[in-house]
Design a protein around this ligand. Structure first.
Ligand code: BJW
Ligand code: ZN
Length: 245
């Protein structure tokens, strides 16, 4: 399944970076945003994941996020998350750059995780920036409001038209620029600036590998495309590396 070239690259690599997207959490039971299976049928991310939609209809946006907070609180990392956490131990530098907000990489044990689009376990008041934990949000019905200033509370995630956290972006771009091998896993690679990272890494000399059941806009630029589910492929890759190492 794995080419000798990829195994040789992984065997000699010092620095590995991995961009992950919703597909990595699909086998844990989190629906992806786009594609054939598991798309949010009722809600479209392009329509709801933006500040204007939130101000226009906070009830609807909160309905979506409450539903997702409940799904995410009830699920577990899958074999793909655990394999990535194990792979980290074999490299001097191993960075997970995730677009996911579900915290599953950290829960699986990954240490160096850059969350480009925030984290659904955090919330903050849009007026005074006070932070609110999920338990407080989920324990009361309706639109969550700040206990200090009555401002609207929003999930601490990055919506369309918003800047990614600059320190997280800088760290991710730096990891991509220094990676010997760069993986793009379970992402449709259409949302920017995250989608620019695999190409940045390749231009800087990384061996670019994509793992996805379906091709994406970056597939033609990849040195290798491995077609399939990350929860199945990553444990096999870990086994191969561990056997060689
Ligand atoms: C499996 C699998 C299995 C299934 N195993 N794989 C025109 C050109 C370029 C850029 C723009 C443009 N117009 C606007 C922009 C900018 C915009 C953008 O990129 N838009 C595109 C849609 C065109 N980007 C932004 O606005 C970003 N900010 C920004 O650019 O700031 C500068 C700026 C400031 C002011 C004005 C304009 C610009 C911010 C982007 C924020 C994205 N936020 C979301 C929501 C986060 C919170 C939440 O989750 O609620 O992030 S949207 C949503 O998409 C979410 C995801 O992280 C993101 C990416 O999705 P992902 O992870 O790739 O999932 P899917 O569903 O698309 O794909 C799943 C994949 O898994 C598929 O390929 C499957 O095949 C695969 N799969 N099972 C492995 N078992
Ligand atoms: Zn407040």
């Amino acid at each position: 399944m794995f080419s000798p070239r990829l195994i040789a690259r992984l065997y000699s690599a010092e620095s590995v970076a991995v961009l992950t997207g919703a597909g990595v959490s699909a086998e844990s039971g989190v629906p992806t945003f786009r594609g054939e299976n598991g798309v949010w049928k009722k809600f479209k991310s392009e329509e709801l994941a933006n500040f204007d939609a939130f101000m226009r209809n906070p009830e609807l946006v909160w309905e979506w996020y409450r539903h997702r907070k409940e799904i995410i609180a009830a699920i577990q990392p899958n074999a793909g998350h655990y394999a990535l956490a194990d792979l980290e131990k074999h490299y001097r530098r191993f960075s997970i750059i995730t677009q996911n907000i579900d915290n599953l990489h950290r829960r699986a044990g990954s240490k160096e995780v850059y969350e480009l689009h925030g984290n659904i376990e955090r919330n903050y008041c849009i007026s005074c920036r006070k932070q609110f934990p999920n338990q407080e949000i989920l324990s009361k019905p309706g639109i969550p409001r700040c206990s200090d200033c009555d401002g609207l509370i929003r999930p601490d995630v990055v919506w369309f038209g918003e800047l990614l956290p600059p320190d997280v972006w800088d760290a991710a771009a730096e990891a991509a620029a220094h990676a010997d091998v760069f993986f793009s896993i379970g992402t449709s690679a259409i949302v920017y600036p995250a989608a620019s990272l695999p190409i940045m890494a390749k231009h800087a000399g990384a061996y670019l590998v994509e793992i996805n059941p379906d091709p994406t806009p970056i597939t033609d630029s990849a040195d290798e495309f491995i077609g399939g589910k990350s929860g199945e492929i990553l444990p096999q890759l870990l086994q191969e590396i561990t056997r060689k190492g």
